[in-house]
Ligand binder design. Sequence first.
Ligand code: NAP
Length: 239
Amino acid sequence: MNRLQGKVAIVTGAGRGIGRAIADGFVREGATTIATGRSMSDTDSGQTISRRLDVADEAHWERVVDETICRHGRIDILVNNAGIIAYETLHELTMAAWEEVIATNQTGTWLGMRAVVPHMIEQGGGSIVNVSSIWGSAAVAGAHAYHATKGAVRNMSKSAAITYAKNNIRVNSVHPGFVGTPLTDAQDAQVNEFVLSRTPMGRAGAPEEIAHGVVFLASDESSFMTGSELVIDGGYLAQ
Ligand code: NAP
C-alpha cells in the first residue's frame, strides 16, 4: 500500500486485460490514475479517472495530457500498454494490417512518450514503462508485424532511457510471456497450446503478475533502474 502515494499516472489500454490490472494496482498503491482506452468513456470515480484515448491519435494525447496537467499539475508515470496483434506471416500481411499494428504498438508508444516527456523534464523527473513482450527479443513463426513492433518498443525504451537519464526520467520495458487476457482468450487454441507447452512453469500468467512488476518500475523502489527489461514470463526466455 502507498508505494505510489501522491503520484499521477497515465495508463493506456486500461479497459481490460493487463492494462486494467495495472490501473487497479496503481490505485491500490495510492496513485491518481488516468485509466485510458480506445473505447472508454470519460468518467471520474474516486482516484480513477477514465478517459477515451486512442494511442495512435495525436489529438487524443494532447487532450488527455493537457487536462491532466491542468487538473493535477504533473505526470509522474506513463505506462504504454495498449497493443494489438496480427498473426499473418510477412508475405500474407496487407499494408492496412501492417500499418494498424505499427500505429498502435509502436507509434502509440512514441506519441505517449513525446506527450509526457516535456512535462517530466520541467517537473524534474518521471517513470515511463513500455509494455513489450517476450516477442520483443525472441520469435515464433508468423505475427510478423507484432514482432516488429515489440522489438521496436524494447529498443525505443533504451534510446529514451539514455536520452533522458540526465533529466531523471527513467524508461524501462516489461516483457510478459503468455498471460490470460481477452487477447489470448481470442487466439487460436493451437497457438496458445504451443506457447504454454514451451513455458517452463507450464501455466499462463495472470494480469496481476505483470501489474506487480509495473508497479515496481513505476515506483521509487526502482530508482536506479533505467533502460532495463523486466521479463515476467514463467521462464520462457531463460531457455
Ligand atoms: P487485450 O486484452 O487485448 O487488451 C488490450 C487493450 O488495449 C484493450 O483494452 C484495447 O482497447 C486497448 N487498445 C487497443 N488498441 C488501442 C488503441 N489504438 N488505443 C488505445 N487502446 C487500445 O490485451 P492484453 O493481453 O491485456 O495486452 C496488453 C499489452 O500486453 C499489449 O501491449 C500486448 O501486446 C502485451 N502483451 C500481452 C501478452 C499476453 O499474453 N496477453 C503477452 C505479452 C505482451 P479496446 O478494448 O478498445 O480494443
